[in-house]
Design a protein around this ligand. Structure first.
Ligand SMILES: *Cc1c(COP(=O)(O)O)cnc(C)c1O
Length: 368
């Protein structure tokens, strides 16, 4: 049986009619930049995550860049982020002219380790970007206490965790900024690129809204240099359709994760991902840790059984060529990150996974 890591058609084709209606609605208006669809989407998402302001943007990457720009981060500043993350987190810091400073993570949650972050502090540190990795929140009480102690701004990279909760609060809505992605592989996957920035702060929202459109206000007057970070009206309309189904998508991912956990609990060759007490995990990835240097062998084994799997992430930020000039400056041990890069393997957990497909994944894992 063929089991892909993700099947966007299985999610989109059953709602093709609704998606076409949304397309027709926008086609009819002829309004393709900003406008009602974008505003409606922003209002729906703001309510969902419990944020005062939501600002639709062009991608999850641009969301991070925009948040950093709105906070005035730039040359001479340092921003701490985990080394174990997708590149965009660190890349955006570098693009502002600031220096990314990489810290370690916890082996059991894959999320940022604030004891390690503490060792990264200098008098240039201006902000920290915790990443809610794979669908589970960072410990935000610890994060915000850490930020307060050192006078830092906080941007939650929530690309993988829209709707994940930390003691009843939504990821992305617990700090200065939260940033989201609607890349097709994220839990709310668009039909193309898209992103969102949220904040509770009126002044930051005002700056971010201006920066999204070249820092322009009023028309053709520029107090600051922004960019074109706008979300397309068409994409917003399509995302609104998919957002109507989002509760089901999330529940199905959670059911799939529970199914794995129940049936794989006794397997010794790998460690299952954990869900922390008081957190709501939304399972963007279901990530195993494979012991004894056997990760690549397990990956081969699954692939030869037609089961999709992937290493998120094989090369931590502190080993990226573009950041080689920073590595001599490493202030903290990144040993957990290095260990995880050699152990992790994500298996299919997408909502539309059929029971027979999941059983095939489980059988393949058990036969390893
Ligand atoms: C996907 C992702 C991003 C970037 O989002 P795009 O929409 O692809 O630009 C940023 N951070 C993390 C952790 C991600 O997983």
């Amino acid at each position: 049986m063929n089991v892909p890591l993700l099947d966007v058609n299985a999610q989109n084709h059953p709602i093709a009619g609704e998606l076409r209606e949304a397309f027709d609605r926008v086609l009819e208006t002829g309004r393709f930049i900003m406008g009602e669809e974008v505003e409606a989407f922003e209002a729906e998402l703001a309510e969902f995550v419990g944020a005062k302001h939501a600002i639709g943007v062009s991608s999850g990457t641009d969301a991070i860049l925009l948040a950093l720009m709105a906070l005035g981060i730039g040359p001479g500043d340092e921003v701490i982020c985990p080394s174990f993350t997708f590149f965009a987190t660190a890349g955006c810091i570098a693009r502002t002219g600031a220096t990314p400073v990489f810290c370690d993570c916890h082996p059991d949650t894959f999320n940022i380790d604030f004891a390690s972050a503490e060792e990264c502090i200098s008098d240039k540190t201006k902000a920290i970007i915790p990443v809610h990795l794979f669908g589970q929140s960072v410990d935000m009480d610890v994060c915000n206490a850490f930020a307060e102690k050192h006078g830092l701004k906080v941007i939650e990279d929530t690309a993988q965790s829209l709707g994940a909760q930390y003691h009843g609060k939504s990821c992305g809505a617990m700090s200065d900024f939260g940033t989201y992605s609607f890349f097709p592989s994220k839990n709310l996957g668009g039909l193309g690129d898209g992103g969102l920035v949220v904040t509770q702060n009126d002044d930051l929202a005002e700056v971010a809204i201006k920066l999204r459109n070249h820092g322009m206000h009023p028309r053709y007057y520029h107090q600051m240099v922004g960019g074109n970070f706008r979300l397309d009206a068409l994409q917003a309309a399509l995302l609104r359709v998919k957002f109507n189904h989002y509760a089901d998508y999330t529940r199905q991912r959670q059911e799939n994760a529970a199914y794995y956990k129940e049936r794989l609990a006794d397997v010794q060759s790998f460690v299952l991902p954990i869900e922390q007490e008081g957190y709501t995990h939304i399972w963007n990835q279901f990530t195993l840790r494979v012991k004894d240097g056997r990760r690549d062998a397990l990956k081969e084994h699954l692939m030869s059984n037609n089961i999709g799997c992937e290493v998120y992430y094989p090369v931590p930020m502190h080993h990226q060529q573009c950041f080689a000039h920073l590595s001599s400056d490493s202030r903290t041990s990144l040993s957990v990150t290095d260990q995880l890069a050699g152990e992790v393997l994500s298996i299919p957990v997408y909502p539309e996974l059929e029971t027979e497909q999941q059983d095939a994944v489980i059988a393949a894992l058990k036969s390893f």
